[in-house]
Design a binder for this molecule. Structure first.
Ligand code: AVJ
Length: 324
């Protein structure tokens, strides 16, 4: 049979796997790690500027006002260090730190890691333009692969940045597993700085994921558009809606796509037809919010000590230093 010509990128093997298994589960699910194609990364960059999405502004404030204290923890003795940033994205916040570290003539290498090649290319470009002398070692990879590639020994102290509440996308057992892996790969004295979104009035959190400009909605729906493009599917974006819940008991914000009618979706690249009932959901994301007690417990369970606690003036967000 003749297949019509469709302009298509090489389909991502991980995306194929996710769509095949996720859409056969009950309830249906697709992981948020597939949000970040070029368009998804672009929409997320816009979300970071919306008034409802407080997370970025809170963390920006922390890094901006407390960068001198951070540098003091990074390199008290002016020893060289390697700044490994997991999930760097467009590095908007990290650039405040980089600028300051460069001004202070700190002796360090910057090693950003991201699953979005587009976001990473842009970051590398920006950083090279702004600080041509900075030692840069970027990796287009997922966190766990990147961690595996951290060499066993290194003279430089390693400082892992995991900012922006990316930790919130992990299930509780995945978070424990993540820090245990870090612990195994780091040396005594190495540091991990994580950005945790803290529990606060549920209405504030709910609004952050249901912004009035509709950007979160576009971000969530973009996943279907991506599947249409990369897997030759026919999701009708007008027949799906964005829905968000925040449960203050579990601390989980959850994103869903809701089928607005009974419909059949064809995914040609997988030769798959997926039926949806009216009102049926696809679960796409968990963004977990933490209490201070939970964060301290996480450190304790994974062998780290908490050696720094930085918050914004509203107490919405915390960048927390764990020492190996
Ligand atoms: C990039 C994972 C931190 O969970 O807050 C923003 C992604 N999702 N709006 C988050 C996101 C919906 C974001 N992280």
């Amino acid at each position: 049979m003749e297949t019509p010509f469709v302009e298509q990128q090489e389909a991502d093997a991980a995306l194929i796997d996710e769509v095949r298994t996720g859409l056969q589960q009950v309830p249906k699910r697709l992981s948020s790690r597939f949000f970040y194609d070029a368009e998804g990364s672009r929409i997320f960059a816009e979300i970071m500027h919306t008034p409802d999405y407080y997370l970025t502004r809170s963390e920006y404030e922390i890094l901006d006002t407390q960068k001198a204290d951070l540098l003091q923890l990074f390199a008290p003795d002016k020893r060289p260090f390697e700044l490994v940033e997991l999930g760097a994205g467009d590095g908007l916040k990290t650039k405040i730190l980089l600028g300051f570290l460069a001004d202070q003539q700190a002796d360090f290498t910057y090693a950003p890691v991201d699953i979005s090649g587009d976001a990473l290319d842009k970051l590398v470009d920006d950083v090279q333009k702004q600080w041509p002398d900075l030692l840069l070692n970027a990796r287009h990879d997922d966190y766990f692969n990147a961690l595996e590639q951290l060499s066993e020994e290194s003279d430089a102290r390693r400082i892992v940045l995991f900012l922006g509440s990316n930790i919130g996308n992990f299930a509780p057992d995945e978070a424990i597993d993540f820090y245990r892996q870090l612990y195994d790969r780091l040396q005594p004295g190495d540091l991990v700085l994580t950005g945790f979104d803290l529990q606060k009035h549920p209405a504030i959190i709910h609004a952050a994921y249901n912004d009035r400009m509709g950007l979160t909605r576009a971000f969530n729906l973009n996943l279907l558009r991506r599947i249409n493009t990369e897997l030759d599917a026919d999701f009708n974006l007008a027949a799906f809606d964005h829905y968000e819940t925040y449960n203050p008991e579990s601390g989980e914000a959850r994103s869903y796509l809701v089928s607005q009618k009974a419909q059949m979706v064809r995914i040609n690249a997988l030769d798959m037809a997926v039926p949806f009932e009216y009102g049926e959901i696809i679960h796409t994301e968990i963004s977990r919010k933490f209490t201070r007690t939970q964060i301290e417990e996480l450190a304790r369970q994974t062998g780290f000590s908490v050696t720094g606690w930085f918050t914004d003036c509203k107490g919405y967000f915390a960048d927390v230093m764990f020492e190996r």
